[in-house]
Design a protein around this ligand. Structure first.
Ligand code: HEM
Ligand code: HEM
Length: 181
């Protein structure tokens, strides 16, 4: 079993990081959208927000690990048949996705700690508020969290569509090397 990436394929660590992040992200967009419409009297009101925060922190940790792992084990070169504009688009998309994997949880952390409360990671440990959050910053964080979360949703659809098109229309092995090759 190969853990590291090689020049033309992803290793196990990158594959695990990618699919764990992708699953958690998609689940969090759905959970966020679902939970903001719950009322105080709903039995999931508190639990859904606690799960959302803890899974969001998990995504943040996965994002930081991905960044570090990319420094340790370079990502493979793009498949050889990609046109120059496709390489630029793919690189920009991957950077944007990674940036959002870090920024969205951070904005969530600002919202959640704005009243001085810490964030619980599945009851395992607490992340204390690191700085004071003014009302203006809280409002900004709420706006940012909302727009960035739905923006990443759109980007993920485009990213997944590109991966599927390359695998099944162009048949260049793009999805295969992130899954089974
Ligand atoms: C929130 C969800 C997702 C995020 C944040 C994400 C992020 C990323 C990032 C950062 C890379 C670059 C990896 C690297 O070079 O180290 C990547 C590659 C890739 N992703 Fe995703 N992804 C997501 C969802 C998906 C989905 C749903 C699919 C497929 C249906 C997919 C298919 C791929 C494939 C095939 C590659 C490899 C592209 C290549 O060969 O260079 N991703 N993704
Ligand atoms: C990548 C990770 C995350 C994603 C994709 C995400 C996504 C979302 C979405 C889609 C909403 C609903 C926005 C709306 O329709 O109004 C939301 C709300 C919220 N999220 Fe996240 N979230 C993430 C991480 C976090 C984290 C780490 C925290 C806190 C530590 C957090 C705290 C919140 C809070 C407090 C709300 C409610 C905001 C409000 O009252 O309008 N989120 N999130």
């Amino acid at each position: 079993m190969r853990f590291a990436n090689d020049p033309d394929s992803f290793g196990l660590i990158s594959k695990l990081l990618h699919w764990l992040t992708a699953t958690a992200m998609v689940g969090l967009i759905w959970l966020g959208w679902y939970m903001v419409d719950l009322t105080y009297f709903d039995r999931w009101y508190n639990a859904s927000l606690a799960f959302h925060k803890a899974f969001g922190v998990l995504v943040f940790l996965l994002g930081v690990t991905t960044l570090l792992w990319r420094l340790i084990s370079a990502s493979p070169a793009f498949v050889g048949t990609l046109k120059p504009w496709q390489r630029i688009a793919a690189r920009a998309m991957h950077h944007a996705l990674l940036l959002l994997v870090i920024l969205i949880p951070f904005s969530g952390y600002i919202i959640s700690t704005s009243a001085g409360k810490s964030v619980s990671f599945f009851g395992w440990f607490e992340i204390a508020p690191l700085f004071e959050v003014s009302g203006t910053l809280r409002d900004l964080a709420i706006e940012a969290h909302f727009y960035l979360a739905y923006t990443v949703g759109v980007l993920v659809v485009a990213h997944a569509a590109a991966a599927l098109k390359h695998q099944f229309v162009d048949r260049d092995g793009t999805l295969a090397r992130m899954l089974w090759r």
